[in-house]
Design a protein around this ligand. Structure first.
Ligand code: PLP
Length: 372
């Protein structure tokens, strides 16, 4: 049996999304910048996709900048905030995604940006009081970059509270919502978010397509220099199929949100119940507000090392995540769990669900884990 429980890493593209994309890879091939009608139709498809995304997030369509990924959107927001908006101090957490942590390290080393890290709660959320005390004592132009849901734990930060604080202290606010966009409703008119990052392949859209929301009051310069696409921020001929696929996936996710959430939560609760029944000492690493698609679980009685566990599960056709893969292809204990002082001798796995999973798959996975 093949069991895919790594949906926080990437999701299968919905059939309807693929159907929306296919014409732009076959018959509708005009360059959107061209004068001829083939091109103009494709330009219109891109602008319609922008409008669709903006409608669901309740923002203006000109505030959506299409790009290739969550990684790119995070890089654009943070680098251009320093280069164009005078940011001298970035306040973040040590358990952000690498695409945030590493651009911030670059900005610290190469651009002399001051970096402060907020204290963390054991459940993977940030300590709001620590954020406020850093903001209170800050006198520089600051930007706070805090993710909405942590990608290994699913712990959800209160971005409304964070955005009220950034407003109170005059800081900018960037949030990486790669794990939550299309899984949780957003209303960008109602909070003080300046930049928001999203990636299509986390919500059944295509790989290679993402977007950055940028509040229109902020004037940033050029990220990719070229023909002036995406309001001169990110040049390059648009990834039309990727953009229309992403908009369709986002639309489907929000139109079916309650049903899908219900189904996924049912699967997750069933999995937890079966795990507990078979292995009473498992520990679920959950915050009071936790994303329904992600379950982090620790298995104190598994005696194999992490790589062996992942390989044994893979040999049974089960895909889950654990630790960080390094460039040599070996598996290391997760940096995120290390920062949160998890026991490095215990196995912690991330199991992440989608509507395509079934109870039979979960039974099969529980059995496999029980054998270990
Ligand atoms: N941010 C978070 C929280 C993520 O989980 C990921 C991917 O796993 C990214 C950013 C990077 O997104 P992408 O794969 O589109 O570059």
């Amino acid at each position: 049996m093949n069991v895919y429980l790594d949906n926080a890493a990437s999701t299968p593209v919905h059939k309807e999304v693929l159907d929306t994309m296919l014409p732009y890879l076959s018959t509708n091939y005009g360059n959107p910048s061209a004068i001829h009608s083939n091109g103009k139709k494709n330009k219109a498809a891109i602008e319609l996709s922008r409008k669709t995304i903006a409608k669901y997030l309740n923002c203006k369509s000109q505030e959506i900048i299409f790009c290739s990924s969550g990684t790119e959107a995070n890089n654009i927001a943070l680098k251009l905030a320093v280069e164009n908006l005078g940011v001298k101090h970035i306040i973040t957490s040590e358990i952000e995604h690498k695409s945030v942590l590493n651009i911030i390290l670059y900005l610290e080393e190469e651009k002399n940006v001051k970096v402060s890290y907020v204290n963390l709660n054991k459940d993977g959320t940030i300590d709001i009081d620590s954020l406020e005390s850093i903001l209170k004592s800050n006198s520089d132009k600051a930007l706070v970059s805090i993710m909405h849901a942590q990608n290994e734990l699913g712990s959800i930060n209160d971005i409304n509270k964070i955005s009220s604080l950034t407003k109170k202290y005059g800081a900018l606010f960037h949030t990486d919502t790669v794990q939550t966009i299309a899984h949780i409703p957003f209303n960008l008119q109602e909070n003080n978010i300046d930049f928001l990052t999203a990636s299509a392949h986390k919500f059944h859209g295509p790989l290679g397509s993402g977007f950055l929301y940028k509040n229109e009051k902020l004037k940033i310069g050029t990220w990719l220099h070229g023909g002036g696409h995406e309001r001169n921020i990110r040049s390059s001929t648009e990834n039309i199929s990727g953009i229309v696929g992403m908009a369709q996936a986002l639309k489907m996710a929000y139109d079916n949100l309650e049903n899908e959430k219900y189904k996924i939560l049912e699967l997750k609760n069933y999995f937890k119940q079966e795990l507990k029944k078979n292995m009473p000492n498992v520990i679920f690493n959950e915050a009071p507000q936790n994303l329904y698609t992600i379950l982090s679980v620790t298995f104190p009685s598994i005696k194999y090392d992490l790589a062996s566990v992942l390989i044994k599960l893979d040999m049974k056709g089960i895909a889950v995540a654990g630790g960080s893969a390094c460039s040599s292809g070996s598996i290391k204990f997760s940096n995120v769990l290390r920062k949160l002082k998890y026991n490095e001798n215990e196995i912690t796995l991330r199991v992440s669900f989608s509507i395509y999973n079934t109870k039979e798959e979960l039974d099969y996975t529980v059995n496999a884990l029980n054998e270990l």
